[in-house]
Design a protein around this ligand. Structure first.
Ligand SMILES: Cc1ncc(COP(=O)(O)O)c(C=O)c1O
Length: 361
């Protein structure tokens, strides 16, 4: 199979499998090795931190992006004057759902539109005012691979003293991300897509200067300064971003996540991005030559690793492509082709030929 569904689930690697087997061996041989397991979770946080130029103390761990977003929302006081939430229509639905669920607490949700498959930076400013608490913007649009200019958005958001929350699930591991240079306040991503991991784990970056002021009501014993103090009657907040941690962390997932992130770091994100720009260009140009309809911008500087083509019945097309040895990813009106660093120009050509043969027989 040619894996072109990396925007959805990357293939299993030898390193990821070995990492999961290390956990299974530890459990089998030692019964319980809590210290080693906690160290693994910390090492996974560190691997995530170094991918985005953060410190491990600025990282919390969750089981999903949805859970992390709910925890962030729970740390905002929507009963205060600053109760505005500005969300892009390009968010993965779960992000929209979490913000909408805050309305009974006083949140006022407004939407930055998607127009012609992109979100324009100029559409943010009219929606942000001095009552805006947070702006929620994805780095890459899951549907068509449009990529936001985060530094520009951060400037607009910070001009009004609001917070910028970024879902980087569709870009992390394939686009260099420096949270300090981009001036992002909070950033979330999970691991099963381009980070070569498995479901059940996600990481949240919280800017150091913000940590003291945030007290998430989605919480638990791992959010305390010493989870192993077992003080039921005291709610002391961890001084680090681990105050966002909730219950027993996803341990087996942390083993797999670190293995995936170390593979990515070993290859190097700038090199990965450079190659994916070549493959992305080939997808766009090759798609046009074969009469396929691109969804989203033609300019690679505005695109993630994902290229989407409009099709009539994306799930039927996905099944038909799988039967012919190519794994794509169907989403609503499009079929997504999302190569990674291990894909070749030949893979791209075969994927395009296969898609074209199905939609334009
Ligand atoms: C951009 C983006 N955010 C969030 C999610 C879902 O996150 P989770 O299932 O971890 O809540 C996805 C896809 O699964 C996604 O593509």
């Amino acid at each position: 199979m040619i894996p072109m569904n990396n925007c959805s689930q990357a293939p299993q690697t030898v390193a990821t499998r070995a990492a999961i087997e290390r956990y299974l061996a530890s459990w089998r041989d030692d019964g319980m090795d809590w210290d080693t397991w906690m160290t693994e979770v910390h090492l996974a946080k560190s691997a995530f931190a170094s991918l985005i130029n953060a410190s491990p103390d600025e990282i919390a761990v969750f089981s999903s992006v949805s859970e992390a977003t709910s925890a962030v929302a729970s740390a905002i006081n929507f009963g205060s004057r600053r109760n505005g939430v500005v969300v892009t229509e390009a968010e993965f639905p779960t992000i929209g759902h979490v913000w909408l669920a805050q309305q009974p607490h006083g949140a006022r949700v407004s939407w930055v539109p998607v127009r012609d498959g992109v979100v324009r930076p100029d559409d943010y400013a009219p929606l942000i005012d001095d009552d805006t608490a947070i702006v929620s913007a994805c780095h890459g649009y899951y549907l068509n691979g449009f990529m936001h200019d985060l530094a520009r958005i951060a400037e607009i958001v910070h001009a009004r003293d609001a917070l910028l929350y970024v879902d980087a699930y569709q870009t992390i591991g394939t686009v260099p991300i420096d949270v300090k240079a981009l001036d992002v306040d909070l950033l979330v991503a999970g691991n099963l897509k381009f980070l070569l991991g498995i479901p059940g784990i996600a990481f949240l970056y919280v800017r150091r200067a913000l940590i003291d002021a945030l007290q998430p009501t989605v919480t638990g014993w791992f959010g305390r300064s010493n989870p192993f103090a077992f003080e039921s009657t005291q709610l002391d907040w961890s001084p680090t971003a681990s105050r966002f941690d909730t219950g027993t962390p996803p341990i087996i997932n942390a083993y797999a996540a670190r293995a995936g992130m170390e593979t990515i770091a070993g290859v190097g994100v700038p090199a990965i991005r450079a190659w994916l720009e070549v493959l992305g260009r080939r997808l766009i140009d090759g798609g046009r030559e074969r009469g396929l309809t691109l969804h989203g911008p033609d300019d690679m500087s505005l695109r993630t690793a994902t290229t989407s083509f409009v099709v009539d019945d994306s799930h039927h097309v996905e099944t038909a492509m799988r039967q012919r040895g190519v794994l794509p990813s169907a989403r609503g009106p499009v079929i997504r082709l999302a190569p990674h660093f291990y894909n070749t120009l030949d893979d791209v050509d075969v994927a395009l030929d296969t898609l074209a043969a199905i939609v334009r027989p």
